[in-house]
Design a binder for this molecule. Structure first.
Ligand SMILES: [Zn+2]
Length: 313
């Protein structure tokens, strides 16, 4: 049994020329490929696996970050094919009306490209904002030979790893204000609305928690992790049609992004299963002994799942 992870699925937009996403046509082709190669596991069979401990044969589809893309491009396609999927939503944007840091970064890079964002960061970031001063040298000539993709990587490294959480928040807020402008409108266009979530649930889709505001869970204290998990589940319980069962997926994913404590909290919260990112099939042992860290493949591991080359004219 294979679980597949998707993020952005959309079509090219002139407003975000550098945005990296899986093209909606490639997504459809990948569904054809999965159908032919492995088949899909029904929702009933998937849930039954947790009782029997025996994995079903085929593919399960999961979609992270509660994106409008999923309502626009994924949901109609799944309905057409009589398929279902699990959609992992962060609760904070509904309460704050603000973009999550991870998404603000994607949108900034998607709109302006890596070079411009690295330059803007160089202007704003001071030595005292950096966590590890040795890891980064802000000399402008360092980047001269870099491709736009390398700049993008650099910008992500700075925002995700080099600067402190506090500074990151400030820097991103100011970049969003200056470069993305109307944040509330972007938030409404970017994330699923609560009505869209309910429509998808009614049509048989599963809604899960992706935390409140997408932190690296392993960086948080036990109590902070509890708050992320409990608050996001109770928000979803209240604002959607309710949750038939609880499921979670780790922000960022990978074994570095959560701890045994995270798994314990999920277990204590009656979470039926949680997804990690790990490129292998779900086996019996996972279902019986480690339900809170099920492996999941990135869609780019399979045919048609790669981001297309960016063409900017
Ligand atoms: Zn995510």
């Amino acid at each position: 049994m294979k679980a597949i992870m998707y993020h952005y699925i959309r079509e090219h937009s002139k407003e975000y020329p550098y945005f990296r996403f899986l093209h909606a046509d490639d997504f459809k082709q990948q569904l054809d490929f999965f159908e032919k190669e492995f088949g899909f596991v029904s929702k009933e069979d998937f849930i039954t696996c947790f009782k029997t401990g025996t994995p079903a044969k085929g593919v399960i589809l999961t979609f992270d970050d509660g994106l409008k893309d999923h309502y626009q491009y994924v949901f109609p396609e799944l309905q057409k094919r009589n398929l279902w999927g699990i959609f992992y939503v962060c609760s904070a944007p509904y309460q704050t009306k603000k973009l999550l840091g991870v998404h603000a970064t994607h949108l900034l890079l998607g709109k302006y490209g890596g070079k411009k964002i690295v330059e803007a960061l160089e202007e704003m970031i001071t030595e005292d904002m950096l966590i590890d001063k040795k890891r980064i040298a802000f000399q402008k000539n360092t980047y001269i030979t870099q491709t736009n993709d390398a700049y993008t990587t650099e910008a992500k490294k700075i925002l995700n790893y080099y600067i402190s959480y506090e500074a990151r928040e400030k820097v991103l807020q100011s970049l969003v204000k200056d470069l993305l402008l109307d944040e509330e409108k972007i938030v409404n266009d970017f994330y699923l609305s609560l009505d869209e979530i309910k429509t998808m649930q009614t049509a048989g889709m599963i809604i899960g928690s992706h935390s409140a505001d997408h932190p690296v869970m392993s960086k948080l204290s036990f109590q902070e992790q509890e708050i992320q998990i409990e608050n996001s589940f109770s928000f979803l319980e209240k604002t959607t049609n309710g949750l038939a069962y609880k499921t979670f997926c780790y922000p960022y994913g990978g074994f570095h992004s959560f701890t045994v404590e995270t798994e314990t909290i999920l277990q204590q919260n009656d979470c039926l299963f949680s997804f990690n990112v790990e490129s292998r099939d779900i086996i019996s042992d996972d279902l019986l002994h480690r339900k809170q860290a099920l492996p999941r493949y990135d869609c780019n591991m399979f045919a048609h799942g790669k981001v297309r080359d960016i063409v900017t004219i």
